[in-house]
Structure formats: structure tokens, C-alpha cells
Design a protein around this ligand. Sequence first.
Ligand SMILES: Cc1cc2nc3c(=O)[nH]c(=O)nc-3n(C[C@H](O)[C@H](O)[C@H](O)COP(=O)(O)OP(=O)(O)OC[C@H]3O[C@@H](n4cnc5c(N)ncnc54)[C@H](O)[C@@H]3O)c2cc1C
Length: 329
Amino acid sequence: MKTSIAIIGAGIAGITLARNLSAHADVTIFEKSRGLGGRMANRRREGFSFDHGAQYFTARSPAFKAAAEQAVAQGHASIWPKAVHALKADGLVTDTRPTEPRYIGLPGMSGFANGLAEGLDIRKEATVARLAASRDDWVLTDNEDKDLGRFDLVISTAPAPQTIRLMPEAFSAHAALKAVEMSGCFTLMIGLDAPLAPGFEAARIEDHVLSWIAVEASKPGRSEKTALTIHSRNDWAEANLERDRGEVQAEMLESLKRLLGRDFSTAAWLDLHRWRYANVEKPAGQPFLFDPALGLGACGDWCLGNRVEAAAESATALSEMLIARLQGA
Ligand SMILES: Cc1cc2nc3c(=O)[nH]c(=O)nc-3n(C[C@H](O)[C@H](O)[C@H](O)COP(=O)(O)OP(=O)(O)OC[C@H]3O[C@@H](n4cnc5c(N)ncnc54)[C@H](O)[C@@H]3O)c2cc1C
């Protein structure tokens, strides 16, 4: 009988891991959300489309570059933006330097994950709340104590602060999990009735509140309705995580007004998303965590760095080790 493996999370790490392992084991992914992609996220409201998590990804390793290019060929990804300018209090500084390709999912950022996930066994809206040891395997249960099944191995790809809550005290990599530091981010989404030509597709913002702005309609395959996605700085988000959402939104809008000279507070659509664990400040510094005695492991961007590719690399490294182990079994 094949080894059964439960993967917690259908972000890029969980999906990469499942793809690599599915020829060698019975793999099931549990994802707490309705959609796939995790922090490679897309939200559609009132005809507006926002990529409210990762903005684009780069692919430096040959394997991930091949995956990105294959997704482009299959219509699951495209290239954007042409340039990332800098928006400062005294104006826009254009960036004309040649750059490596930057990829986005199609028709939204999660499209890249959806394309990679084709054919995988994924249980959506299934939150893994507890792992209980039962002789030779693990019994997974959800928030309502519903049995999600028994598995030989369990791998969590949830952000480290969430993975640590799932792992038993006996998990040998507890100290490494605890050492990981992640930071939050607020994302402001603005939908407008009329077109806007701010002179850029995307810009890094030099400001004490905001860090990034993207013009969604400048992306291939998106809604043509004018939509802006704006990220706060991570340090500002950390200092304001528990603050009233209305106040957070008002301060972000105030900063934007200073930078663009325009008040968006009466825009047709306004929404705010809080990412509790958005970016990796201090990674684990090892490609993955695995306890062979317990049959429990973890991987994700937080193992190696702060990028989509780091999540894919972490999952690939763990899958290579697991395949060698399964073949030796
Ligand atoms: C605002 C923001 C901007 C970013 N910008 C960029 C960028 O421009 N470029 C870049 O390369 N990277 C960027 N990133 C980082 C990038 O999104 C991540 O590095 C990458 O998506 C992480 O993938 P992952 O699979 O490791 O984790 P995730 O995408 O977080 O996946 C984990 C999954 O686990 C699920 N989950 C968690 N707990 C449970 C549970 N108990 N049961 C079931 N499911 C569970 C979650 O719902 C999620 O789907 C950004 C991130 C954010 C938030």
C-alpha cells in the first residue's frame, strides 16, 4: 500500500509538494480557504479585480523558471510589470534598468496555483485544527472535531507561527519554527468609476505608511475597470495590527493623497485586508523541517526567504528527501 501523506495548505509550497509527491504516495491537501494559492491571492468585487497578496514573482532557478514559462505557455501566467518605478513625496522616479522577467498568474494571481493544482486531491474549506498520534499514523481533525482522515505523514505549509500551533511538543524542529519571524501587511483596494493614468503600472512607495501601488488594469487578462492595490509597509502594519480598521484605512488614504495629490476616500469601491503573516523577516535558514521519528514536517517560504520562489524551493527540497525515503522504504 502507498504511503498516505496529508499536506496542510494549498499555497505554492503545498501545491508544489503535492505535485512532486503524487507519483510516489497517496497525497491529500487540506486548505482552509475556498480558493487556492494562499498569499498568491486574488479578489473580485463589483467587477473590480485585485491581487491583494503577492504582486509578481521572479524565477531564478532553472526548475522554477521552467514551471513559470510552462504556465505562460498554458495561459496560467503572464509577464508584468514592464518596470517598477519609485513614488516619493517629491514625485515619480522612473526605472529604466533592464530587468529579469516578473510573472503574474492569469486571470488573477491565484491562476498560477490553480494551473499547477490540476489533477491534485484538494479538500477546500477544510481547516486542520489538530493532529493526534494514533499508533503508526496521525488522525487529523477540523475546528468542529470532525475527522479528516488518518495519514502516515503530515506536512504543514502554513506560515511558521500557525504551523507551530499544530505541531506536538515532541516535534524535533520546534526551536527552528519558533525562531522564524514574520510580519504583517495591510492591503488597501480601491475601485474607481473612471480610468486613471498615474504614469506607472507599479511603483514602490517611499513613505512611512505605504510601500507599494499597482494599477490592476495594466496587467494582462484583468478586468478593465480601474482598480488600485496598495500595500502598507510591514513595520507600520506591525505597529497597527490591532488598530481599528477604519482608522487604518483612513491613514493609508491620507498617505496616498499626499503622494498622488488625489483623495480616494469616496471611491466607488474601498476595501482593506489585513495579512497577519505576510512576509518573512527572519527565515528558518534551512530548506525544510522534518522529524523522521514522528513523520511530521513543514515547509514554506519562511524556511528560506520572502518570495514565492522560496516557497517552491522549500517544497521541492522536502519532496526530494521524502521521495528518497519512500523509495528506500
Ligand atoms: C501582501 C503580500 C505581498 C507579497 N508580495 C510578494 C511579491 O511581490 N513577490 C513574491 O515573490 N512574494 C511576495 N509575497 C510573499 C509570497 O506571497 C509568499 O512567499 C508565498 O506565496 C508563500 O507561499 P506558501 O505556500 O509558503 O504559503 P501560503 O501562500 O501562506 O500558503 C499557506 C496555505 O495554508 C493554508 N492554511 C494555513 N493554516 C491552515 C490550516 N490549519 N488548515 C488548512 N489550511 C491552512 C492557508 O490558507 C494558505 O492557503 C507577498 C505576500 C504578501 C502577503
